[in-house]
Design a protein around this ligand. Structure first.
Ligand code: FEO
Ligand code: CA
Ligand code: CA
Ligand code: CA
Length: 598
């Protein structure tokens, strides 16, 4: 480990907050779009024709709203990028678009084809940290996954009555994945991609069976009123999205999906053992005895942090063995207990007398592959109605758990809690210490004996976001005159040294500046010295980020640039000066140094 990891200052010159319609990087760095919405991906794909787009073309072209980015080296010069396509902004895709009820059915099919994910081959430019899309040759790995791609449901809940539909009486085969937000990359070379706000694709909840309605509501699906208004209306081209006709279809979304990017014929697997909720992401860390632990957040106000630990050990090189790791194990949910008197947590964000928002925690088991630990729930019910089981288990209600990642240098686990404006002062607790939490915070978890297989941990809030001049902010005790403002932390990653990179989703509405990629040492004297490394275009959130294993490239994925505009009245023209296109961007040091260097 080197002993002094994370101890050094990041020497680059920070980017100043701005509202510019571009990607801005520090002096000495370069940035370029690698791949953008509509780029031909699958061999034979047509060139993008914005005004005459078709679903058939979109199925072969790069999708919309890129989010999670992962990188799989082939050799020193070539690699695969995996990219999630979380959702679509039809207002920016189709001139004159009003809503799904009025949309041309072909527009709905285009939107379905623009969801999902992409595998694209990229190549290094010269000996730099720049990577570009491979546009010629066989590109035999290139692949699009959409809202209609056949997938398997695996694990203990597969085949259960709650997952059976008229089209799939087996309860094991499902078409497509929806709203894939963050993700993770496994040690065995697959990608985990997380279905998040799947609720927004369904209509007809008012006509669902009465006994199904409370669970639908707990997952954010309306069961009364006009459920069609403002919806994308996928049901107009595929009736399974109408819950009055197919009430179980919604139970088949909200999972972690595992995909092998090196096998274009690999059928994606929805891993029921990892539970069903608004999965933000899924990050694997091996336990001391080499089992797979997966950390996961449920991105909803007052929802939970989860962990899965496999029964079996990871076996390097054994693809078949490792393919079963996520189908049996124990699913846990987190309970956090503060160590300061409750009256010292006043909701302002000011520190309690012991100087830290900190405490202890436990991982409460919900079920394993054979046994439920929650009264009134079978294993299958825990895995399909995970939120309800976790409610019963007494988990700690968090401020929207987003991405979670373990430091490669220390093993400590970091969770972004993006914000929660609905938390009342009386609901503030030490792990969620601010009422009306507009700016979010970051939690640092240390597992007992630094083992991801542990069932207890300690924790501290390492960052309470906002304008550092606001007394209700905290940068791990660092001098707040020397840090950048940050709001709405969302996706996190690490460089090899163990510096925490944090992308944001919500700075325009809270700080009045564009979203950004920040970086902060979490060890040593510079712990808490947060600096801004890049800013993204108008209206975009900064997805990604992913840092290559050689630390020479950062990929970011500016998502929904110009989201408040329309085709006729764009608020962003990034990246090409005409209409906004969600894209993946590579950032590298012009002198070939590691990212974060001066
Ligand atoms: Fe899709 Fe929770 O961000
Ligand atoms: Ca404390
Ligand atoms: Ca996210
Ligand atoms: Ca977010």
């Amino acid at each position: 480990n080197g002993g002094h990891r994370g101890n050094s200052r990041l020497e680059f010159t920070p980017v100043q907050p701005n509202t510019d319609d571009q990607v801005t990087v520090p002096p000495g760095y370069r940035q370029r779009v690698v791949v953008r919405w509509g780029d031909p991906v699958v061999p034979g794909a047509p060139e993008f024709d914005f005004a005459n787009q078709t679903a058939e073309a979109q199925e072969k072209q790069f999708g919309y709203n890129c989010d999670y980015v992962s990188f799989f080296p082939i050799d020193a010069r070539r690699a695969l990028l995996w990219v999630n396509h979380e959702y679509t902004n039809e207002n920016l895709m189709f001139a004159g678009y009003t809503d799904g009820s009025a949309a041309d059915p072909e527009q709905i099919r285009i939107a379905m084809a623009a969801h999902g994910g992409s595998v694209v081959e990229i190549e290094r430019v010269g000996n730099t940290g720049e990577w570009r899309l491979v546009t010629r040759g066989r590109r035999s790995y290139n692949r699009r996954i959409t809202a209609t791609t056949p997938m398997k449901l695996t694990g203990p809940a597969a085949g259960h009555a709650l997952l059976r539909t008229e089209a799939d009486p087996s309860g094991t085969r499902v078409l497509g994945m929806l709203n894939n937000c963050g993700g993770g990359t496994t040690p065995w070379g697959t990608v985990l991609t997380a279905e998040e706000n799947f609720n927004q694709y369904f209509v007809g909840g008012e006509g669902a069976p009465e006994e199904a309605k409370s669970a639908l509501r707990r997952y954010g699906i309306a069961t009364s009123g006009d459920t069609r208004r403002g919806n994308r209306r996928f049901d107009r081209v595929d009736e399974r999205f109408d819950l009055s006709k197919h009430p179980n279809e919604a139970n088949r979304f909200g999972y972690i999906v595992e995909i092998d990017p090196f096998d274009p014929h690999d059928q994606p697997r929805k891993r029921t053992m990892l539970g069903r909720f608004k999965h933000e992401a899924a990050t694997v860390r091996l336990t001391k005895d080499k089992r797979a632990a997966v950390y996961m957040g449920d991105d909803e106000r007052f929802d939970y942090i989860y962990k899965f630990v496999s029964d079996k050990k990871y076996r390097p090189g054994s693809r078949r063995h490792n393919d079963g790791l996520l189908d049996s194990g124990t699913l846990y949910v987190a309970r956090l207990t503060g160590n300061s008197p409750a009256e010292q947590i006043d909701g302002s964000g000011r520190l309690p007398e012991d100087g830290e928002f900190d405490g202890t925690g436990e991982w409460i088991p919900l079920c394993d592959a054979k046994r439920s630990y929650v009264d009134g729930f079978t294993v299958e019910e825990v895995l399909v109605h995970t939120r309800l089981a976790a409610d019963r288990a007494g988990a700690t209600k968090m401020d929207r758990p987003e991405d979670i990642e373990a430091s490669p240098a220390t093993g400590k686990v970091y969770c972004a809690l993006t914000n929660n404006s609905a938390r009342e002062p009386g609901q503030a607790d030490e792990a969620n210490p601010r009422a009306a939490n507009r700016y979010g915070h970051v939690l640092e978890i240390t597992e007992h004996r630094n083992d991801s297989g542990a069932t207890t941990f300690t924790w501290t809030v390492v960052l309470v976001c906002g304008d550092p001049e606001d007394p209700g902010t905290y940068y791990a005790g660092y001098d707040k005159t020397r840090v950048a403002a940050i709001s709405s932390p969302d996706n996190v990653t690490f460089d090899k040294t163990g510096n925490l990179w944090i992308s944001t989703d919500g700075q325009p509405g809270t700080l009045g500046v564009n979203d950004a990629l920040h970086v902060m040492p979490v060890e040593g004297r510079h712990r808490g010295e947060l600096k801004t490394f890049a800013t993204v275009p108008v209206g975009a959130e900064c997805c990604g980020p992913f840092i290559t294993p050689d630390d020479r490239t950062v990929f970011i994925a500016p998502q929904h640039p110009g989201e408040d505009g329309t085709v006729d009245n764009p608020t962003s023209t990034w990246p090409d000066g005409d209409f906004p296109r969600p894209s993946v961007v590579a950032i590298w040091h012009a002198g070939g140094k590691k990212v974060g260097s001066a």
